[in-house]
Write a new protein. Sequence first.
Length: 152
Amino acid sequence: MLEEEVDQGPETVTLALLPAEISRIAASSIDASMTPVDSISFYILRLARVIVVRPEGVIFIGRNVQTDSWIPQVNLADLDGFARSVSRRHAMIRPLAGGYEITDLGSTNGSRLDGRRLVANKAYPLLSGAQLTVGQEQLMVIYHPFASSWPK
């Protein structure tokens, strides 16, 4: 399924999907069986990439810049994040009992969850299988609902 692995830190991995896998994913729904149990995956079908994060608390989505030492766990800088209108500190995802919630951090171009625009600085439930749009980048979010032993 995977062509290469690029390590972006101790808890985040970006993977390229093989061409045969792209058509299978695009033709069918992606489900939690394709994601490691202790992770949350962000599928970028436009680029045939998946970003897998093993959360140790809050997850940030955005893009880093060379003058900034801060790097979000879901870093879209090298995936055309600037051209796709992704803010440096675009959104935050927090683990909750059994799932996650997402908050747009007042990004310039906003976020959408399953087509509905998010109000800045307000938390929304983030279900596995949700379509998340940050700026103009569309992500499919997949995870296994987890037990209360996960971080909160």
